[in-house]
Design a protein around this ligand. Sequence first.
Ligand code: ZN
Length: 278
Amino acid sequence: MSDIEPIIDLSRIAIHTATTKPLAIEQAVEKYAELGFGGVSVWDDVVDAAGTGRVRALVQGAGLRVPALVRGGFFVSADPADRAASIGKNRHRIRQAAEIGAEMVVLVAGAEPGVPLESAREQATAGIAAILPEAERAGVKLAIEPLHPMYAADRCCINRIADARAVCEALASPLLGVAVDVYHVWWDPDLEREIEALGRTGRLLAFHVCDWKADTGHLLLDRGLMGDGVIDLRRIRGMVERAGFDGLIEVEIFSKHYWAMDQDRYLELIAERARTCV
Ligand code: ZN
């Protein structure tokens, strides 16, 4: 779509720490800032290992914004004690997000073999409702991330933007919205209409990019870098921008291939592909 201007200014891009998993948080924020990226989304393992004070000092020192702490959720279980524990853990993630200065916590709904999808969806909605007061206290947004239906059995029972949007509408909190990750929703025939509806209702909180390789070696750990696969990223960016999204574009790639690469070279490649493919 030629009416979308290419990205020139990398300050519009944030990198997920999981994207450059081999890098320690100290190196990661230094390198992201050096290349001109505007932000970092920090994964839970990084926050747990480094502590919120250290993470906050590092990102502030580097002048980076923090769109998200990734990730909370996983509300679904046949065992009520597990469900209660998950709610406690999510409240903790929300407090951590506030402490590191993250704008939102990304939520993956959860799913468990043996829990029927209808029940799973009810449990996920109830879990999100239970943590909303903590999000309101902390002033942290919650972004429900629909995951591709291949994860419906064991990871995420909310699979389309429409379903995530329905949860937002049922719970009606101004802090609740949706993270649009191209990897999970690029195939959706309702994509444009749903993104437009999210924008109209103020619920388009995040835009995650990577690529879907038609010849992927692994559905979790062989995601493509932008331009490696079949997703029309510039077209989808056009949709989110027309819907009013002006947040940071987050690069989120889990890839054994790229983790094995020299991470400086990889970050240069991310910068190049952000400019040419997104
Ligand atoms: Zn994502």
